[in-house]
Design a protein around this ligand. Structure first.
Ligand code: DOR
Length: 459
């Protein structure tokens, strides 16, 4: 008997060396549906799912009563480094991400300098390593001058793909002529992401803005400006036979159009377009509600929820676009557009889950399976053996109030301050490392996200 116990002890110790972390007792959101099971993690990957003896693990987390989702991937954030670090940097932005349950981010190219060359991309990747708390990839900005280089740039390590601004927003990246857009689509092979607002219409209507009245932002950058650009983009993508990703889609007309172009187009919406409406949001928040594309009036929001229910929408992106409160306090239209969002994506959307506006399974589809499918992410996006152990652990019943002082972003504010929500991120696990647990920062270190279409060669 003693010998048998000693033998079992030796065996457990041997296995303990191979299972780094065991998470016990939670409800998992697996590809097959919800399952009450443990997850064993070894070398940053999911090693086993099932009923697992805690004696086999180096470290055990008891997650009874919680739900474990595949790690939430936010495919649109602006982290401002290099050049605009007074608003945010890669460390503070990613700290905000993991505090909110986000395990990977795709960061946008409108920094200073803009990410439009191999050097600028390598610089961002070098800055991110060892400083970011979550995994990361960076979009490369398209310009009139770098079209020839885009096929190489889109495949570089750490590149999420190509991004083009069809209408002016923060920064000076802009591709507003059809000829350059067609050239871009002709040369690239990966799916590229687009900010679709029609620059000519924005210019022609600039006088609609009323000084000191942020609500006029939504009148200026109207639904037609977004529709015209999305229509043009879909025409060009279809002609080129290329896939496009339409960022922060905000209008009813675009959703109807996009539903007829699912062969070429994937669709992103933001939590703020699903949650806030104009002009009420301006009355409550002033310039804090100012973003591009703008918040829409209440006639559009049901169409966004309808498109979400009908499967037209592929991913949720926060469009985390931090500006300081001092900058936001400038008189409209001098005030910059954009609001922080990477930390509030999970609680705001879980509150919608609890209110019955979408299922938890659809939330998972939009934040992990969706990003994986749209961008071809390698070994992330589902709870399955062999995949990266990226996990978002949530308490669906927790009731909290979102407050500015919870926000880890350097900007230090959120348009959702004061909002009572049900559903809260409890833990963030990045490739098996605890990045956040119950509001405390862990010691996870981010790595570049890898993509199936651009896997680095190993010698
Ligand atoms: O509101 C916005 N802010 N929309 C964008 O497209 C850019 C972003 C920013 O970088 O501030």
């Amino acid at each position: 008997m003693k010998r048998a116990q000693a033998c079992k002890g030796r065996l457990s110790r041997r296995l303990a060396e191979t299972v780094d972390l065991l998470i016990k007792g939670a409800t998992l959101l697996t590809p097959a549906g919800e399952a009450l099971a443990d997850i064993a993690i070894r070398h940053g990957r999911i090693a086993r799912i099932g009923s697992i003896d805690p004696a086999l693990a180096g470290k055990v987390i008891d997650a009874a009563g919680l739900h474990i989702l595949p790690g939430v991937i936010d495919t649109q954030v602006h982290f401002r480094e290099p050049g605009l670090e007074h608003k945010e940097d890669l460390e503070s932005g990613s700290r905000s991400a993991v505090m909110g349950g986000v395990t990977a981010v795709f960061e946008m190219p409108n920094t200073k300098p803009a990410t439009t060359s191999a050097e600028a991309l390598a610089d961002k990747v070098a800055r991110a390593r060892g400083r970011m708390h979550c995994d990361f990839a960076f979009f490369v900005g398209a310009t009139r001058d770098n079209v020839e280089q885009l096929p190489e740039l889109e495949k570089l390590p750490g590149a999420a793909g190509i991004k083009a601004f069809m209408g002016s927003s923060t920064g000076d990246l802009l591709v507003d002529d059809e000829e350059t857009l067609a050239r871009i689509l002709a040369v690239i092979s990966r799916r590229a992401a687009f900010h679709a607002e029609d620059e000519a219409r924005l210019k022609a209507r600039a006088n609609i803005r009323r000084e000191g009245d942020a609500a006029s932002h939504s009148e200026w950058r109207d639904a037609e400006a977004a529709f015209a650009a999305t229509q043009k983009l879909l025409r060009l993508a279809t002609a080129a036979g290329k896939r496009v990703h339409v960022l922060h889609v905000s209008t009813r007309g675009e959703m109807e159009l996009l539903a007829r172009h699912k062969d070429v187009a994937s669709v992103e919406v933001t939590p703020q377009h699903l949650t806030l409406v104009a002009p009420e949001a301006y009355a409550a928040l002033g310039t804090r509600a100012q973003m591009n594309p703008p918040l829409r009036d209440a006639s559009h929001q049901p169409a966004l929820w309808g498109a979400l229910a009908q499967g037209v929408i592929d991913v949720l992106g926060s469009d985390h676009a931090p500006h300081t409160l001092e900058e936001k306090a400038q008189t409209y239209p001098a005030s910059p557009s954009g609001m922080p969002g990477v930390q509030t994506l999970v609680p705001v959307m879980l509150d919608h889950v609890n209110a019955g506006r979408l299922s938890l399974a659809r939330f998972v589809d939009l934040t992990s399976a969706g990003p994986q499918r749209v961008f071809g992410i390698a070994s992330k996006g589902r709870i399955a053996v062999g995949y990266d152990a990226d996990l978002t652990i949530v308490d669906l019943k927790a009731e909290r109030v979102i407050e500015d002082d919870w926000i880890a972003s350097r900007s230090g504010w959120t348009p959702f301050a004061g909002r009572k929500v049900t559903g809260w991120p409890i833990g963030t696990i990045v490739r098996g490392q605890v990045a956040m647990w119950e509001g405390e920062l862990g010691d996870a270190s981010g790595e570049p996200v890898r993509f199936g279409e651009a896997l680095p060669k190993s010698d």
